[in-house]
Design a protein around this ligand. Structure first.
Ligand code: HEM
Ligand code: HEM
Length: 224
């Protein structure tokens, strides 16, 4: 019964089965999220390379000595560490932004129209996967893309929870499990990178093959 209703709904609701609406809220959310997550990645990249504490200790010592001063290894380490800390502080602030955006995504999901709810998009993808009139590969890709969003939201939720756990490390309970939280946070970053890369390849491929205009749809919201 439910399946028939869904099939009818899908067939009636769009010219192409894979063609979708993106509300203004989700489009603004998407591009803001893209900018914020990119800033977060930049802080990680700089803090883990150019501003890493240990490799900068000799540079701090050399600069002070060139200018007539002397400094011990520990003093130079304190200076180099301060720069690294500044970047992690920035990462934490950007992280609060990501937490806020994740929260707003939940609000958007609740207030979105029936057709645009992720929950219903997954249901629609499942209904399509049971249809004979659609090519097998197309059905698989469509379903994979929708489950991909769910997968990514779960990863980001874990990054946000562990990130907050690191940010509030002074809370006694969190102090005890700080190491474990850090390990989980570090591990899940790779799944986030994996998703982002696959997503980029996926949408660009879709745009230049079977779903022309899918990217501009995410910009202007107009159905193809
Ligand atoms: C995709 C998003 C994120 C990525 C890729 C990411 C990546 C990282 C990495 C690689 C570290 C270093 C871990 C280590 O030293 O082993 C880190 C630390 C940290 N992250 Fe994130 N993170 C993300 C999101 C967040 C969020 C949402 C928050 C929430 C506030 C957050 C807060 C922190 C904090 C507080 C630290 C510890 C910084 C320090 O050592 O002082 N991160 N993050
Ligand atoms: C790298 C950071 C990015 C992240 C984390 C990200 C994340 C997401 C998420 C979570 C969705 C699903 C939105 C929903 O809930 O409905 C989405 C959809 C989409 N994104 Fe991204 N995105 C990123 C970058 C990009 C870029 C650079 C482009 C364009 C080249 C793009 C194009 C799209 C398109 C076209 C959709 C809609 C696809 C569809 O209709 O199924 N994204 N993105």
């Amino acid at each position: 019964m439910v399946e028939i209703t869904f099939k009818q709904y899908i067939l009636n609701s769009s010219n192409s089965l894979f063609n979708e609406n993106h509300s203004l809220a989700i489009r603004i959310w998407h591009w803001t999220f893209f900018a914020v997550i990119l800033s977060s990645l930049v802080t990680v990249l700089f803090a883990s390379t150019l501003f890493k504490t240990r490799p900068n200790i000799p540079m701090v010592q050399a600069q002070i000595e060139e200018n007539g001063g002397t400094v011990t290894h520990d003093q130079a380490k304190a200076v180099a560490h301060e720069y690294n800390d500044k970047l992690w502080d920035l990462h934490t602030w950007v992280g609060y932004g990501l937490c806020f955006l994740l929260f707003s995504r939940i609000i958007i999901e609740v207030s979105n129209s029936k057709e645009e709810k992720l929950k219903n998009k997954i249901k629609k993808a499942l209904a399509i996967s049971n249809m004979d009139l659609v090519e097998k590969n197309d059905k698989r890709h469509y379903l994979l893309a929708k489950y991909g969003y769910l997968f990514f939201y779960i990863i980001i939720l874990i990054m946000a929870i562990t990130g907050l756990g690191l940010a509030f490390e002074d809370v006694p309970f969190l102090k005890e499990i700080h190491r474990n939280i850090k390990q989980v946070h570090s591990f899940f970053q790779y799944l986030a990178y994996f998703y982002m890369l696959s997503h980029l390849i996926g949408v660009i491929r879709a745009d230049i093959t079977k779903n022309k205009g899918i990217v501009s749809q995410m910009i202007n919201g107009k159905k193809l």
